[in-house]
Design a protein around this ligand. Structure first.
Ligand SMILES: *[C@@H]1O[C@H](CO)[C@@H](O)[C@H](O)[C@H]1NC(C)=O
Ligand SMILES: *[C@@H]1O[C@H](CO)[C@@H](O)[C@H](O)[C@H]1NC(C)=O
Ligand SMILES: *[C@@H]1O[C@H](CO)[C@@H](O)[C@H](O)[C@H]1NC(C)=O
Length: 277
């Protein structure tokens, strides 16, 4: 049976994006917001200047998709508490086809571009707020999640010593995590206001172990917390140590089929250094 996704491909592509360096031109000396843009190609992205983010329309199973999928970058704002946020949408119009209904077609996300490839112990906190609404006109299958990757090797998010860590906030249409058939390998009590079941197995496409945490009570359009607590919960279970490197981090939505628009506002950053955590 073909379970689940392979965001790893997304991440491999991400890690090939080097630093973006260019001499400033006259027009760049005047701060100007980047225009909003609808990203509809299989691997279209926009790197947001003056932010820690890239917005990505990652259709790693485009060949198995009938329909369209776009990721819309709207704008950046500052919340009332002074936190930088990005407004973006995931626009899905994918036909239900029996033979591929269990194949994720891709991942629409906002990924971090700053303060990655550092050890977990050197991270003070990973504050985030993620607010979303999804409006669907047909049955929709997919989720809302965070996806991080760690490895004891700095910067390595492709070899099979990597771990892919997923925190599902909401899922519908019958989506199941990798390792579902084995049953939960652990229960994590009292994290972000709910308990979680941990499902784990190797993604046979990549050789990478995927650890997905599914909430006992799903989040209904709003989440906030310090994602370092999530990673430390996995340390407590012996999955890796605080010496491991956090190489990739993002927030997004996986989709299988359906006609739906998710409108989202995200704040997400890695703060280096000790905090009064
Ligand atoms: C939206 O998707 C959910 C999950 O697939 C489904 O239960 C619901 O009926 C859908 N809504 C509409 C209007 O089709
Ligand atoms: C991990 O990758 C290495 C090198 O490609 C390979 O030799 C090894 O068999 C792989 N291990 C697993 C568990 O897939
Ligand atoms: C959601 O985003 C779409 C464009 O992607 C926009 O047309 C629509 O007005 C938005 N809906 C809400 C409730 O903000």
């Amino acid at each position: 049976m073909h379970f689940q996704h392979s965001n790893f491909l997304a991440l491999a592509a991400l890690s090939s994006i080097g630093p973006v360096l260019a001499l400033p031109t006259f027009s760049q000396l005047v701060p100007r917001a980047q225009a909003s843009i609808d990203l509809c190609g299989d691997y279209d992205y926009i790197i947001l200047q003056n932010s820690p983010w890239i917005v990505y329309n990652m259709l790693y199973n485009a060949a198995k998709m009938v329909g369209t999928q776009c990721t819309y970058y709207d704008k950046m704002t500052t919340s009332s508490s002074g936190t930088q946020e990005v407004l973006w949408n995931s626009e899905t119009d994918i036909e239900y086809i029996e033979s591929t209904n269990n194949v994720p077609k891709g991942y629409s996300f906002v990924g971090l571009t700053q303060n990655l490839e550092v050890t977990l112990s050197s991270i003070g906190s990973i504050p985030t707020t993620y607010d979303w609404t999804r409006t669907n006109t047909t049955a929709f299958k997919g989720n809302v999640c965070y996806d991080f990757m760690t490895n004891n090797i700095k910067g390595d998010s492709t070899s099979n010593s990597s771990r892919e860590l997923m925190l599902w906030l909401q899922y519908e249409g019958g989506q199941l995590p990798i390792g579902w058939g084995k049953g939960p390998s652990a229960i994590i009590d009292d994290l972000f206001g709910t308990s979680w079941e941990l499902y784990e197995d190797v993604n046979t496409d990549t050789g990478i172990t995927v650890s997905s945490m599914l909430p006992n009570t799903q989040f209904e359009g709003s989440f906030s917390g310090d994602l370092k607590d999530w990673l430390l919960a996995l340390v407590a279970l012996g999955k890796f140590t605080e010496d491991t490197y956090v190489n990739v981090g993002n927030a997004g939505t996986e989709f299988f089929y359906g006609n739906a628009i998710m409108n989202a506002t995200l704040a997400l950053q890695i703060d280096i250094g000790s905090t009064s955590h």
